[in-house]
Every structure is written in C-alpha cells, then in structure tokens.
Write a protein that binds this ligand. Sequence first.
Ligand code: SF4
Length: 890
Amino acid sequence: MGALAAIEIDKWLSEGGLVVTASDRAARALVAAFHRARQAEGLTAWPTPNIFDWKSFARTAWNERSADGRLLLNPAQEEALWVGIAGQDRSLATLLEGPRHRLASMAMEAHELLCSYAPQFLRNTARSAWHQDAAAFSGWLVAFDESCRSGNLLSPSRLPLELIPLLEADSAKRPPLLLAGFDRILPVQRSLFDSWGQWHEAAQGEPATKIHFHVAADAQAEFAACAIWCGRQLADSPKARLLVVAQSVSARRGEMERAFLRHTGPAFEFSLGIPLSQVTLARAAHLLLRWLGGSLLEQELDWLLSTGLIAATPQESAALTAYMRTLRRFSLERTQWTLTAFLGQRCASELLPAPWVERITAVQRLLAGFTRRPQSPLDWAELVPRLLDELPFACASPLSSAEYQALHRWQLAVESCGSLGFDGRRISWKEFLSQLGRTLDETLFAPESHNAPIQIAGPAESAGLTADAVWFLGADEDSWPPRGTMHPLLPIEIQREAGMPHATPQLDWELAESITNRILASAAEVHFSFAKQNETADARPSLLVTKLAGDAEDVTPDLMAPAAQPPLTVPFQDSSRIPFPPGKVSGGSSVLTAQSQCPFKAFATARLAAQDWKPAEAGLTASQRGSLLHAVLHAIWAGPPDGIRTHADLVNLNDRKAFVAAHVQRTLARELRPHLREVMPRRYLELEEMRLTELVTQWLEYEAARIEFEVAETEAKRTIHLAGLTLDLRLDRVDRLKDGSQLVIDYKSGNVSPSSWDLPRPDDVQLPLYAGFALDPDEVLGGLVFAKIRAGDQGFSGRVGDAAATLFSGLKGYNPLVRYPFTVEQLLDWRDCIERLAKDFLSGKAEVNPRDPIEETCKRCGLQTLCRIHENEAQLEADDDSGSEEIADE
Ligand code: SF4
C-alpha cells in the first residue's frame, strides 16, 4: 500500500466505512499501520478500525443473517467428508490412506474453484456431460452435497453463495466497502460486493520514481545484493520499512536467512510461517504421542530425547540422552524403538531415571486404557493434554514467547482434530494421530510479528504490506509470471471459460502484471532482480518486468558480497597444548591413523571419547559383517581340532565348501548376539550365512593357489610401547612364508589400497605399525598385505619382498605385488613417521587439519559438529588454492 492508499483508508474508516482485504495477513498489516499512524499523531487511545479480511467479513455477515442453524465446517471437517466420500469409491487410487487424502484435498480445491468461478456447475444437471476424472469428481460432489444436506452442514466455499441472496433480501443500510490488497477479484466476490451495496477498490499509489532491474551471477549473489541493499537503506534511514518479495520463499528460506543475517543482522522477518510439524515443540509432542502407542525410528527417538521436552528436569534429560549413547556402545541399536523395548534393555535399563520410567509407564497405561476400542475424535483430543501433563511435557526449562505461541498453536491443531467428531464418527488412536500429523503439516506457524523493518513475503502475500522501498527477487522468465497447471478434476474448457488460475498463459500474465503494477505503486523505490545461473540452466529476464522496468543491468560492485565471508569468530592463535600423560591409550592403531589423518580427530576420539553416530540398519551393519568374517577366518586358521594351519591342510580338504559352512554355522551361533536374532528375520540370517559361506569358500580357493605357507598366528595380541605411548594391538594373521620370512595380513571387506600407507602423511598406519613394531625383532619381515575379501574383488594387495617367490608363482612383472616390492628402507621410513605421530599425540598436538581438506578425510570422519570444519571450509579452500602450508604448520 502506498501513502495515498493509507490516506484513503484512514479517511474511509473515519467516515464509518468498512475495509475488506484479500488476506488476513493484509488485514493485520493495515491494522498495524493504522495503529502506528494514531501513535504518530500523539493519541493514546482510539477505536479499533473496521478492517476485515475477506473470509472473516463473509463469515460475520453470514452469521448475522443466517438462521438455519447449519454447522459451518472447518477445513479439517470438510476434508474428512471428502476423504469418506473418496474412500467409498473403492478404486485403486483411493485404497491407501495417503493417496486417498491427496485426492480428497484435490476434490476440495475443485469444489472451491467451482464455487468461486463457475457456481452454475454446482447444479448436478449442469455436469452431466463431464467425462473421466471430472465425472468421478462430479459423482463425489453429489455425495458431498447429500452429506451436507443430511448433516445440516455448510462448506465455507459455499458461504458467499449462500450469503448473496440473504444480502439481497436484507434492505438494512450497510456501510460502504473499500477493498484493499486484491490482485484479482473473483467472480463470486464481485457478486457478493454488488449485493452488499456501495463498494470500490482502494486507489493505487503513485508509480515508483526509482525503478531498477538487476541481474546477479547466481541465487546467492542475488540474495546478497538484496540483503546488502536492505542493510544500507536501514543504515541511511533506521526507521525505513522495507519489503522483500521473493518467489518460493519456503524452499529458499535457509539461503535467504543466511544472506540477511550476514548483511542486516536480525532486522528481518518472514511473513509466511513454516509448517507446524517442523516446529520443535509440536514435532516433539506428536512424536511422543506416537511413541506411547507404537514405535519411532531410532533417529526420531534420538531427536526427541535430545530436545529435553519429555523430561521433568535437565538432569533427567541428560540421563535419557546418556542412556541412548549407552545403548549404542552396547551395540544395541535398532531401526525402530517401541517404548517397551526401550525400557526393557536389561544390560542398561538401570541407567534410566526411575521417576521418569514410572511416569511414562503410567502415561502409557493411561493411553492403553483408551486404545482398546475406537473413540470419538473429541475424546482423543481431550486425552492428549492429559497424557502430556502427566509426563510432564515441555516443563524442564522455561519456555520462550515463541515457544508459548507454538504450544498454543499445537493445542488449536489438536482441537481442530477433535472437531472431526462433528458427524458422530469414532476413530482409532492411530487414525487420530495420522490426522494430527496431517494437520501439523498443513498448519503454517509464524511467531507473532515483532515489526521488523524488513518484511520478506511471497508475491501474493505481499498484498497490503506497507513499505518505503521494495526489492522483488526471482524476476526471471521462467518464474515470473509463475507457471502452473490446470486442475485435473475439472474439465479444461470450463476452467478456460471461467478464467480459473493457470487456465491460459494470458491469465497468468494478467495476474502477474496486476501484482507487478501493485508492487510498483506501493513504494517510491522498487528494485527487481534475477539470477543469471539457476540450478539447471542459464536464466533470462522476465519479459513482464523488462516491459515495466527496462533492461536488467549487472549488479553493481557495491552490492556484491566480499569473496570470502568475514569470520564470525575472532581469530585466536592457540599454540597451547595439553600433553597426554605417557602410558596406555585405548583404540590401538586407530589412534595413530587418526593423528595422521587429522590431529583433532585423534584428540577427540582417543581423549574425549567422541564417536560419530551411524544410523541403525535394518540388516547387519558393515562392521558387524566384518566382525563375523574375521571370526570365521580366525576359526578356520586356528588349527586342530576344528581348523587348519597350513597350505597343505587347505589343499587336502575334501570339501572346502562344507568345511567353511560348518565354521560359518558355528561362528554365527556363537557370535550373533541374542538381540540381533530378535530384531532380524530368520530368513535374512540364513541368507547372510549362505553369503558368508560363499565368500569365504572363494577366498580359500584363492589361497589354495599360493606357494606353500604356514599360519603362524591369528588374532595375535601384542602390547607395544612407542615413544612413551602404550598400545594394545591385535594382528588378524601372520603367515610364515616359504623363505622363512613373515607376512603380516589384515582382512578387509571394504575397498582398500596400499597407497593409503604413502608418506609423508599416510591415511592409514595400521599395517606399517604392525610390521614395524609388533613383530619379534629376530624375525624377517617378508611383506604386509591387505586380504581383500569382497564379492567379485578378492586378492592380496600390499607390499611383499619377493611376491613371485613367496606368494604366487608365475606373477608377472606388471603385477603391483611385483612392481612395488616391500623394502627395508620403506619400513624404516614408516617407523620414523609412526614415532613422530606418537610423539605428536603425546605432546597434545590437536589442530583441526584434515589430510584431504573437506573431501575424503572429513567425509569418513563424522566429527564435523565437534570440530566445526564447515565453518572454516572457505578458509581451507582458499589456503589450499594458494598452496599455503600455514594451517598444516600450526
Ligand atoms: S571432520 Fe575433518 S576436520 Fe573434523 S575432526 Fe574429522 S577429519 Fe578433522
């Protein structure tokens, strides 16, 4: 709204007129502007202005005149009627709950379109020629009308149509109407205003005098230019009110938020909220209710516990998250958790706070008393606050104002689900929770406006918002005018004739033109912008905006963000180190591997016991499968009575597969923990047994082709002392080769390569450590190899002194085992490197300095939230580009 419109609205209200806006958002904006104007006049009290949004206006007028006692349906009630009707269709598309609800909401939309644009088709006879999907919808509409008639119900979409004759029959004098913020007046609205009496639209303000059209390199540059401009406007004029109009606000909210936070601080707010299901309080309450009667995914439960909302005190909350960690440490993870399974873990349940267990068990019992039979939605809605209060929910810490508002909105959502009992239906707890989930998804929540100077809104929502200057983002050819599709349940020709949304490109153009003109008339200065490069292709400027604002020009340098983000923290040269007291450290070789990959990783894992959190899997995890493979091979090579020890033993086996199968069977019986058997289907474990048998048999076939050898040790335990550090190691296997030397073997089921041992900064030091420090000094080292035991990719990979003479005869010179032989010099270099790593660890060297910045090393690490590497990504990349060794040397 420009200044002229504001003056007209003030005058209109003071003369007793009524203002009707297109949306409640516009009504709120006009009311706020009205109050600001009165305050500016120095008044301390004034009457509430007669400003209504369109829906409230129509509802109030209908309530004042209607006497037939019909119940006006709310959206949840109307959708429930459509769902019931769609469900009776018994077609494939409506069998499942999700598609049934989607179809029902499409039918609801189609009904609303007919009411607003083409009410003549609400008569059944007018739709007799409709075909296919439109005919199916027509049948549903007949059933819907019948339900409303028999239940004495009224759809809000029908309300304006019902009101028109009431107004025509009412001869009382009515105040004149001034319409504000309507980009398009729908046919039904026009008829209603005509029957009301005198009305007209608020005049648009003077067209903007400063109009600019910018083109930015990409979306980030576009958001940055807009945010920098906003920041500058506010610096020049702190009382200025700015409006940013953006397409797809919900999809790009995060990117915009970052750009504005960086350049304007918290001086902005989005006028459009986010789904209530994404608001912590509402999501947690819904998850808790689901958990009481069913199961949650492990990550859902983990998140729920981490909110602290289901504990009575912060201590209780800490105990619950600690319990979850303990379950992990005991490898008791599950993909899904019922409350009963969570409480019943014998090895750890004593860690749960007893009062919490008592309360949540009581709450579960309370719910169980109701779930035996279907209840009225109203009964379920009344039960929800009781369940939450008993726990209690959201009581551990004081709530902020936004949280109180979210809690209030949650209660309204629960009540709205309770209102589904309007037709006497009874539903199960599960159905009630599904409906509640959908309601939370569909309800947008925004905390009360704090009147931030920068308002960010979508093009349609911006109607009625006031501003001194406007920036319109996303003015490219594909986005503006926006493209949409016609409604699939209504005949195309009827949509075209009635001018329904997206029925023709011309209609889209006219609506976008009307919005653009309204924006141009809403402030003295208006900027448009678009990003030249979008996700898929080069974008071109919107023809509509070019027509009104001229050609786009490149964003000027003063609106460009500096290349690297200024650090959010103050740099501090931390050269202090906390030495590790000489002695034992747990983790074996992984400590020194981590020290080489990234000193902070070694510090965090070995000294802080930090761990990444891998999601539970439906089957065995890679590490569980790896352990089983190790156990089977250990049993096979353990020697008599059940195992074998030499190459000759292997070659002399009559039936290798049967031999392996027996070992696999025994190993699974011994090693598979009871809780895994409990949660995994028997057939799956049988298949796993077959897979393992096949894999190991193939491996033994491979080993049978070797030059004779003897297995000296398997799972060999060693304790070594290295520069003051004591490490416990376990070597998978050590073979004695034909020449009497020893071969160190490590079984791997993943993709590994000896290049990971390359100096100066190895990615893995496990085998070099074993070879260099864990063998008897009197023994001769013949080589170190990975035994890669993977389906379709088996073999030794590593460094061997003379592979052709000790491993496989007939190996060619190009074979990597021959081409890159093991040498004593290599071993000495590895020893030096490993000793240096041990000393670094002991000295407390713990810099965040990944071996391959950001890429491989960090991807496999999982400690990003602790080391906050992503905050330094730009810096690391810049250092990497310039070849700087600064970070590495710190
Ligand atoms: S995520 Fe990267 S930087 Fe962080 S600790 Fe792990 S390896 Fe180091």
